[in-house]
Write a protein that binds this ligand. Structure first.
Ligand code: HGY
Ligand code: MN
Ligand code: MN
Ligand code: MN
Length: 400
């Protein structure tokens, strides 16, 4: 794809990459052909702006504009998607960063400190199950030794997926040593901005959230001949647990769903032997999250006792509450009198904030709030308002 300079052209260049012809959703899983195409697109866009791109051993990328040894300002997001995801979650932050840099240059702005654009890999955790894997590895929140043995649904080890993608994990990871502040622009994954009738907002916090694996084990049996009272059906225990998760989330105004399930042997005329399901749970505080997941677990165990099945629950990537720097959020929100709102979605910004880097998030209105879906959308006018807002934020932070 030939490098382009304006937002809409960049957006239309990206539109076909990893897009499903049937659903219109995106399959931009990390270390796949689609993502490799996105990685080279980003490198082309940076080169067209005279920026040298550094790609680390697992595919994280960064390009810096401006010299100086003061702590720099990094902006960016991710290009990977969930399975059958939307176009905006991630790429909007990267395309807007490139477009904001163009706006600053058009304004004759000269950075008083280095201004960088970054892309983190496997933010969604859609292939190896760990959200924000690229940024966690860069900050050291997760080590390569811990991550390299992760396996995807086809049993491919992370280390092999990375090297099969032509990358060399031994080449090391991006350094954030020169990053003084990180700003991530992101499509809002909710309705706060549309309900307030505003195009742009800042983030106050990220709700604590995580993923829990539930293994329901029962007894494989004949679906037709086995009397109901003789069954030990893990699908029943799973179904009642999914109901319990929904009830518990609604009770406290939290969020919980089983979005992924595997059934063994997955036949139509046999009671399954094992049902494995992953719970995504989020709540407004660490205590509330622990209490909700605990209640779901208890109800699941009680149901397993009743069904004669067994249950094992294990936590996967759990993230605590992230409160963004309130002074930074207030200072930046003042640039456009933008609201400061919470998000229930995890972001690389949360990982960098937890690593001690002052961090802010700029949200762009999502007219329906729908995300992680082919229906995810943002109006071009709002995207352009986001680019201008990001340029104002970067000028404020990197001007001196
Ligand atoms: O799942 C999330 O919270 C984010 O969209 N990766
Ligand atoms: Mn995202
Ligand atoms: Mn996402
Ligand atoms: Mn038979």
């Amino acid at each position: 794809m030939a490098p382009t300079s304006d937002f809409e052209q960049m957006w239309s260049d990206l539109a076909p990459v990893g897009r499903s012809a049937s659903s219109g959703g995106y399959f931009r899983q990390p270390w796949t052909t689609a993502e490799a195409e996105l990685r080279s697109w980003f490198a082309e866009q940076c080169a067209a702006r005279g920026l040298v791109v550094e790609t680390d051993g697992i595919g994280n990328q960064v390009a810096w504009w401006g010299e100086g040894d003061q702590p720099g300002v990094l902006t960016g997001s991710h290009l990977d998607s969930v399975l059958d995801g939307g176009a905006y979650d991630g790429p909007l932050g990267v395309v807007s960063a490139l477009a904001a840099l163009d706006v600053l240059r058009d304004r004759g702005f000269e950075p008083g400190r280095p201004l960088g654009i970054g892309v983190f890999v496997e933010e969604e955790g859609s292939r190896f199950g760990r959200a924000c894997l690229g940024s966690r590895l860069v900050t050291g929140a997760t080590t390569w030794e811990q991550a390299r043995e992760l396996r995807d649904r086809d049993g491919v080890f992370l280390a092999d997926a990375v090297s099969d993608a032509g990358l060399d994990p031994d080449a090391g990871l991006l350094s954030l040593d020169r990053v003084g502040t990180f700003v991530e622009l992101h499509v809002e994954q909710g309705r706060d901005l549309v309900d307030r009738d505003v195009a742009v907002g800042l983030a106050s916090e990220i709700w604590p959230h995580g993923r829990w694996r539930f293994d329901f084990a029962g007894q494989a049996n004949h679906a037709g001949t086995t009397r109901m009272e003789d069954r030990r059906d893990p699908m029943l225990t799973y179904a009642m647990t999914a109901l319990a998760a929904d009830e518990q989330a609604r009770l406290g105004g939290h969020r919980a769903t089983f979005g992924r399930i595997s059934v063994q042997p997955n036949g139509t005329n046999a009671v399954p032997s094992l049902v494995t399901a992953w719970l995504d749970a989020r709540a407004s505080s660490d205590d509330a999250l622990a209490a909700m997941v605990g209640a779901i677990g208890r109800q699941a165990h009680d149901r397993a006792d009743r069904d004669g099945t067994s249950l094992d629950v294990s936590a996967e990537s759990v993230s605590g509450a992230v409160a963004f720097d309130p002074d930074l959020a207030a200072r930046l929100a003042g640039l456009g009198d933008w609201p400061v709102i919470p998000t229930q979605a995890g972001h690389d910004a949360g990982i960098l904030s937890e690593a001690g880097i002052p961090t802010a998030m700029v949200f762009v209105r999502n007219p329906t709030g729908v995300s992680h879906s082919p229906d995810e959308h943002a109006e071009t006018a709002d995207c352009l308002a986001g680019v201008t807002a990001l340029a104002d934020v970067l000028a404020e932070l990197a001007g001196t």
